[in-house]
Every structure is written in C-alpha cells, then in structure tokens.
Design a binder for this molecule. Structure first.
Ligand code: SF4
Length: 408
C-alpha cells in the first residue's frame, strides 16, 4: 500500500509531514512526498497567501487524476481557514485543520481510513462448478491503470487471497484441472509468496494447474523455473499484448515495448518449446496509425501465437483514452477483418505443428483441451476423462485425435 503525503508551504509543514510519513511507514505503508499514484493521499496545506490556498485546493484534483478511488485527507492552515472549500471536493474524506496534526494518524485509524485503503481480499463461497475444470479466484483488483480500462476504478486496487486459503480450496475442489483466476494474477502476493511460489505450493494437488491471464513482467527465468519445478502447470501463457506497436503501447500505459514482449515470448519457448502463447489485441485504439496497425499484424507471426482474441477499441467514459478522438467505425471494421484473418492463419499453423504428436487431454462435454491449449475431439471420449491422445488432423476449432491411453 502506498501513501502520498503532499506538502505545501513552510518548513514547519515539511517537518510535520515527515513525521506523518514515518507514522504511516510504521503502519506498513510505502510513502512518497511526490504526487503520483497512491492508495491514500494526505494533503498538508498552506494559507500564507491566496496563491498558496489556491494551490492547496488544486492539489486535490491533481491527486484524483492519479487515483480517483483513493481517499484524500486534508490538514494544515488552508483547511483550518476554509474547511468547506475542501470538504466539497470529491474524494476528500476528512478535513482536520491545522491544530490536530499530532492526532492525524490516530484519527485516521479511528475513522477506519486505513482499513478502507487496505481493501482486503473478499472471500466468497466455493463456486458451483464441475469436477472436470474449476476456476479458483486467487486475486482481485488492478493497479495498472491502462489508459482504456475502467477495472481499477470499479474493482479497486490489487489484493490477493491468502496462500493457505487457495491451497485449501485447490485440495478440496476435486477438479482435474484448476484455472487460477483473477484480474491481474501476475500481481499475486501473500507476504513472501508471489505467483511462482504459489505454484510450488500447489505442486502436490492432484490436478493440472492452468494460469489465467498474465502480464509480461512476470515472465522471467525464476518464474519459468518455478513452473517447471511445480511439474503440474500447463505450458499455456495467456500473455496480454494489446498492440504490436510500441507507440500505441505507450499511449495505452502498458509498461513494455514490442521488443520486450517478444523477448518474453522467446524466453517462454526456451523453457517450454511446445508452449501455447495466447493473447488479446485491441484494434483501432485512438492513436493507432496504419503503420501501428501493421505492427499488430506482424507481431502475430513473430510471437507464434496459438490464439489471438482481437476486439475493436471501445471508449469507456472516465478513462484517459476516452478523452481522445475515436477512429471512424469503418477503419476499425476494416482492420478487424484483416487481423481476424491473420489470427486465424496463426491458429491453424499452431495446430498443424502438433499433428502427429501425442498430447494429454482433459475432456469436457464436447471435446477437451490439451496441456498446450489445443481443442481436441476424439471418439470414445467422455466428460472428465484424462487421456493421452495422438492428434490426427485438423477438425472444427482444433484437432481430431485417437485416444492412446486413458490416464484416469
Ligand atoms: S487492462 Fe487489465 S491490466 Fe490494464 S488496467 Fe485493465 S485490468 Fe488492469
């Protein structure tokens, strides 16, 4: 959790803010005195001039640009002078004036403002699902603030389920495949336990573990080695891309370049040569030029995607991207048509690579998935059957196979 203590005015204010930061750190917050993204804002105001007062009021709006969901607490001279001017601002949850600074942290504690910023993971009863494939929630919320996305505003900051609780549900759900799900599972953290360590804890669960959508930053050598060591994790990486153009990625506030993303794919293939890398691509983002779009087309072949989910950009009011001029619908439609064809060809090429090879498939009601995410159909398959199969030919959205061994 991050707290920003922003200070205007005199040396006295600075010293008092430094004390507040120390107190916040003692309560487990990472602190900063510079305006930027935070989960809690403390504004120490100044009223020495009318200009100082104006800047103090403006600071609230500047904070809300970084994180509209975070509570803002105001103290200091300007708020003593005119509390109403702050109270009427959206996001301000408390105005304390200049005389209560020694009690600020105690008051925040009593008012539950620390609890509000912690926003712990909300446990829910086990969902109703089949014994074949279970979806297990391990995380909620997101801190990434991609410029087109409302999720961080709607679901709040990232928080993780305790590893103990994840393990208990994984052991008791009885499913043959468990899909670890969340909004941003790459950010999973329970103390020292990140996603890689969680996979190691799940290695003795008698189920195939599949990962939900991942962000590029998680894939490093350590994580891939942890996946290998766990031994029961499907080599399937749904690695969100969103655009093949570094310029568009920057406008989207994604935190990697095209080259970094491709390097990440190469690293995955080095550790898991048969891996399925699937992705999402947004078509017609407001800044996307023809050249940018060509880069989205070409990255599909370069990354050797197994499947690409393409969708046209849709403006979400309240996001940064919504302030930009939308591209004409006809441009988006034409680009969607072209990229869908390229994506289809990539999918067919991926399936063809594995024809004639053996894979392990968990069958559902109508077909099933191989460990590397090929949809497989076979005569004699039944729901819940885990089997080794030989892929014979392309069929429907995947491959037709013959069962060579029923595992369970
Ligand atoms: S697109 Fe995904 S990573 Fe980006 S802000 Fe939305 S939920 Fe978070």
């Amino acid at each position: 959790m991050k707290a920003c203590v922003f200070t205007l005015g005199c040396k006295m204010n600075e010293v008092e803010s430094a004390s507040l930061m120390r107190g916040l750190e003692a309560r487990g917050y990472e602190t900063t005195n510079e305006l930027g993204y935070a989960d809690l804002y403390l504004l120490n105001t100044c009223a020495v001039t009318a200009e100082a007062e104006r800047k103090s009021r403006q600071a609230v709006a500047r904070m809300r640009k970084f994180n509209p969901a975070a509570p803002v607490v105001v103290c200091g001279c300007a708020s003593e002078q005119n509390a109403e001017a702050f109270l009427e601002k959206e996001g301000v949850v408390l105005v304390l004036g200049a005389q209560n600074k020694g009690k600020v942290l105690n008051i925040l504690e009593k008012r539950g403002i620390f609890r509000e910023t912690e926003r712990s993971f909300c446990e829910l009863p086990y969902p109703k699902q089949t014994k074949t494939r279970a979806f297990l929630r391990i995380q909620d919320g997101c801190n990434r603030f991609c410029s087109y996305c409302l999720i961080p505003y709607l679901r709040g900051r990232t928080r993780s389920r305790s590893a103990e609780s994840v393990l208990a549900e994984a052991k008791s759900c009885g499913a043959k495949e468990i899909v670890l799900t969340g909004i941003d599972i790459s950010s999973y953290r329970d103390g020292e336990i990140g996603l890689g360590e969680l996979l190691l804890l799940l290695k003795d669960v008698p189920a195939r573990i599949r990962l939900g959508s991942l962000e590029e930053g998680i894939v490093d050598e350590k994580f891939l080695l942890q996946m290998k060591e766990a031994g029961n994790v499907a080599p399937h990486f749904h690695l969100s891309l969103q655009s093949g153009s570094t310029a568009v990625l920057k406008a989207m506030n994604r935190r990697y370049t095209r080259e970094e993303y491709l390097a990440c794919c190469r690293k995955i293939y080095e550790f898991f040569p048969d891996a399925a890398i699937t992705t999402d691509i947004i078509v017609g983002f407001p800044d996307e030029t023809d050249e940018d779009f060509e880069e989205s087309l070409s990255v599909i072949g370069e990354a050797r995607f197994a499947r690409v989910h393409c969708f046209p950009f849709s403006s979400r009011p309240g996001t940064v991207a919504a302030k930009k001029q939308d591209l004409p619908a006809a441009v988006k439609k034409e680009r969607m048509g072209r990229i869908s064809e390229v994506a289809k060809r990539a999918e067919t090429a991926y399936i063809s690579r594995f024809l004639g090879t053996e894979r392990t498939v968990l069958f559902e009601e109508d077909g099933g998935y191989s460990e590397n995410y090929i949809r497989v159909y076979a005569a004699g398959a039944a729901e819940g059957m885990l089997a080794r199969v030989k892929l014979l030919r392309s069929y429907r959205d995947g491959a037709f196979a013959e069962i060579t061994e029923v595992i369970k």
